[in-house]
Design a protein around this ligand. Structure first.
Ligand code: FAD
Length: 274
């Protein structure tokens, strides 16, 4: 069975929230396993993430809050876990997070995602299914690919049930990562995170900061389209659909879409696959 999930970020305004709930309703027709909602490291979106999770959960499809540990106290994290339990949440995307300034790591009570996984297990036992992040092209701050793999295994050993990858545009990086961690004894599902392509300059900026590579042939083609956004969207849809097909044919257990709070780009790809 192929699992499907969609990621949102919390909105700033009531109007944004009602728009996002309409997007959620459109995507719900495709029966996703869950909708996840990102969390601003250090608690910057604590209330807005909670409110969005609550709104999604109340409409009858599972919501999975992201939770990051850097810059949050264990008292705050404990409080949030209790509130999520009371709301009937069953899944958490468990992360270290990035503080905007890059500071705060040294002074955080929990410094890495494996410590947050351990903390949640200690506080709440097996109540939550815990997702962790995986980086087929290596986390940008890792000292080496080897070390990053070891740190990924550490999160799994701490009690993660499943992983979602950073996005990538090269299916081979996913297969290589999966082969490497399987050889290290990891047997949890590793779901590719999929970023639809709709806007070249934003994608290029974001990819630089999170260490995701846009292959040269894709970059050059997108650059050549300039302001022709219809062609960018059409080409992006083809490229991402082809990659997803390869991923699923090659054994990926499902797909997690980074929706950027829009239904159309993710659905265009998904509809080509089913
Ligand atoms: P970790 O697994 O802790 O890894 C971070 C770095 O430290 C890596 O380089 C790793 O090799 C190294 N490392 C790990 N453990 C140790 C250890 N014990 N000792 C020494 N080094 C170690 N960010 C947000 O702020 N909010 C979100 O909602 C959010 N959602 C995301 C969802 C997904 C699916 C993904 C892939 C990323 C998301 N991010 C989010 C980004 C993420 O927080 C950043 O990539 C962050 O820099 C690393 O988080 P992590 O959980 O992978 O960290």
């Amino acid at each position: 069975m192929t699992t499907l999930s969609f990621e949102f970020f919390p909105t700033q305004t009531d109007e944004g929230t009602s728009k996002l709930l309409a997007v959620r309703d459109e995507l719900a027709a495709f029966d996703p396993e869950f909708f996840s909602v990102t969390y601003g490291a250090g608690g910057s979106t604590r209330d807005r993430t909670f409110a969005m999770v609550e709104a999604i959960q109340q409409r009858g499809i599972a919501a999975a809050p992201h939770l990051s540990c850097v810059g949050d106290s264990t008292a705050d994290l404990r409080d949030l876990l209790q509130r999520y339990q009371a709301l009937g949440i069953k899944r958490i995307v468990t992360l270290r997070g990035d503080l905007p300034s890059g500071s705060g790591l040294a002074s955080s009570e929990l410094r890495y995602a494996n410590e947050l996984v351990e903390f949640i297990r200690k506080e709440t036992g097996d109540h939550f299914t815990l997702e962790v992040a995986a980086y087929p092209e290596m986390h940008p701050q890792a000292s080496s690919f080897e070390k990053d793999l070891q740190n990924f295994v550490r999160k799994v050993k701490a009690g993660a049930d499943s992983a979602i990858t950073q996005y990538f545009f090269n299916a081979d990086s996913y297969f290589h990562f999966v082969d490497r961690v399987r050889a290290m004894g990891v047997d949890i599902p590793i779901i590719p995170g999929i970023m639809p392509i709709t806007n070249y300059s934003k994608l290029a900026r974001f990819s630089d900061s999170c260490g995701a590579e846009i292959p040269r042939w894709i970059r050059k083609q997108l650059e050549a389209y300039g302001d022709d956004s219809d062609s960018i969207v059409k080409f992006g849809e083809e490229v991402v659909t082809d990659m997803c097909r390869r991923l699923l044919d090659g054994g990926a257990p499902g797909l997690h879409f980074y929706t950027l709070n829009q239904a159309k780009p993710s659905l265009a790809v998904w509809k080509n696959l089913v």
